[in-house]
Ligand binder design. Structure first.
Ligand code: FMN
Length: 169
């Protein structure tokens, strides 16, 4: 699958088959995260693979828009450190997006759980033993897809594009 096809056909998949992800496939997804760009190449991120059923279930219970994590084969939490990078959110988001695309290209379904900055972030950090001062930028749910989704519409380029200055068409 080439990069444009992966970008366009990736969907947020929230229903999964009860099938484990082979270790080598999971490692490829994590590799894609590891190769993301980061400010000054700081790579100040940690990825936590969530395999434990109890931990996935606890997060799913706490986080209303991520209930489906309980049924995912695993999750990947992306943690960054704002003390050592001025771009801790962007770095983590780049790694998360790389992993979403890699998961799709490998035949997996995945969805971004937007825990960062929300009212549930602290509680979920506690569940994962993530230190308070770190950012929990994203949790990605992962599994073999049990749904096929048509693309949600995207705004046209014309709607979002300016040239040279904001507001100039
Ligand atoms: C920062 C961010 C946070 C998101 N949080 C959630 C979430 O908490 N729960 C969820 O089901 N989907 C979440 N999503 C997925 C979006 O709903 C999804 O990407 C969007 O509706 C477009 O659909 P698509 O990914 O299938 O193209 C999130 C996506 C992003 C980028």
């Amino acid at each position: 699958m080439d990069v444009f096809e992966a970008i366009k056909t990736r969907r947020s998949i929230r229903r999964y088959r009860k099938e484990p992800i082979p270790e080598e496939v999971l490692l490829k997804v994590l590799e894609a995260g590891r190769w993301a760009p980061s400010a000054k190449n700081s790579q100040l991120w940690n990825f936590i693979v969530l395999k434990d059923e109890e931990i996935k279930r606890k997060i799913a219970e706490v986080f209303p828009s991520g209930r489906f994590l309980a049924d995912a084969a695993c999750g990947i939490a992306v943690v960054t450190d704002p003390k050592t990078s001025n771009h801790a959110v962007e770095d983590g988001a780049a790694a998360a997006q790389n992993m979403l695309l890699a998961a799709h290209a490998l035949g997996l379904g995945a969805c971004w759980l937007g825990v960062y900055g929300g009212v549930y972030e602290e509680k979920i950090k506690e569940i994962l033993n993530v230190p308070k001062e770190k950012f929990l930028v994203s949790i990605i749910s992962l599994g073999f897809p049990a749904e096929t989704l048509t693309a949600k519409p995207r705004k046209s380029l014309e709607e979002i594009l300016f040239v040279n200055r904001y507001g100039e068409k």
